[in-house]
Design a binder for this molecule. Structure first.
Ligand SMILES: Cc1cc2nc3c(=O)[nH]c(=O)nc-3n(C[C@H](O)[C@H](O)[C@H](O)COP(=O)(O)O)c2cc1C
Length: 217
């Protein structure tokens, strides 16, 4: 028997959404609150327990605008193409919603109060082992951060589109080229609190037992 309130912990994990349209662009996010969340996120697993993760908080309006334009340079075409594909393939309402909300974020990114860039010291290697260990040592913490923020009323969206311009972002932010950015989280208090779990396939459809494709009975 654990002392966890499963209803609460399950709800937190299931309703930590990628927040785009409901980011409150008018409200400042206190740095101390984000630091508390980073302390929590730092408990996520790290290969070999090396302290290789870093976080960069950006609330300088000029830098946010510059990052938004680096994001848009590739992001605009990427998302417009996505929109066309969704329209051509018919109307999967979830895909349509995601692409529309991504375009909304692209258009409002320059106005977010805070961006968080998770980083990892070093560069990813070539082998699957090296890459799995490299990214596996930083990405779990990003998800923990999103949940810690969410439980404090702060929304964030996991994005990667600015990474097409990673070296330009390095220049802008003074990040050495020996350090790897892994995402960019536009972050702000969210409006409303009626997030519902995203639609995903059932566990039984995506879980196999002992042999690839053998179902769990
Ligand atoms: C690795 C990764 C990269 C992503 N990159 C972007 C991005 O560049 N822009 C964006 O708007 N959303 C991005 N997303 C968010 C996904 O589109 C999002 O998970 C999807 O909309 C589902 O949202 P939900 O988890 O709230 O249901 C990314 C998510 C992941 C995990």
């Amino acid at each position: 028997m654990t002392n966890f309130d499963l209803a609460q912990t399950d709800r937190l994990m299931q309703t930590t959404k990628q927040v785009r349209k409901r980011l409150d662009l008018t409200r400042t996010v206190p740095v101390n609150t984000v630091l508390d969340c980073i302390d929590i996120a730092s408990r996520a697993p790290i290969g070999g327990n090396m302290q290789v993760n870093r976080w960069l908080l950006i609330d300088d309006a000029k830098k946010i605008q510059a990052l938004a334009s680096l994001y848009g340079e590739y992001g605009k075409d990427y998302l417009e193409n996505g929109k066309k594909q969704v329209e051509q393939l018919g109307s999967d309402p979830t895909a349509k919603r995601v692409v529309e909300s991504s375009i909304y974020l692209l258009e409002h990114l320059k106005d977010v109060p805070l961006m968080i860039i998770p980083l990892r010291m070093g560069l990813p290697g070539k082998s699957l082992f090296e890459q799995a260990t490299f990214f596996g040592s930083v990405l779990p913490g990003v998800w923990s951060l999103q949940m810690a923020l969410r439980s404090r009323g702060i929304g964030s969206a996991w994005t990667t589109l600015h990474l097409y311009n990673d070296l330009k972002a390095n220049d802008l932010l003074g990040i050495p080229d020996t350090v790897t950015q892994v995402a960019l989280l536009p972050t702000a208090y969210y409006t409303g609190n009626d997030f519902i779990p995203s639609k995903r396939r059932d566990a039984k459809e995506i879980t196999y037992h002992n042999t690839w494709k053998d179902p769990v009975s």
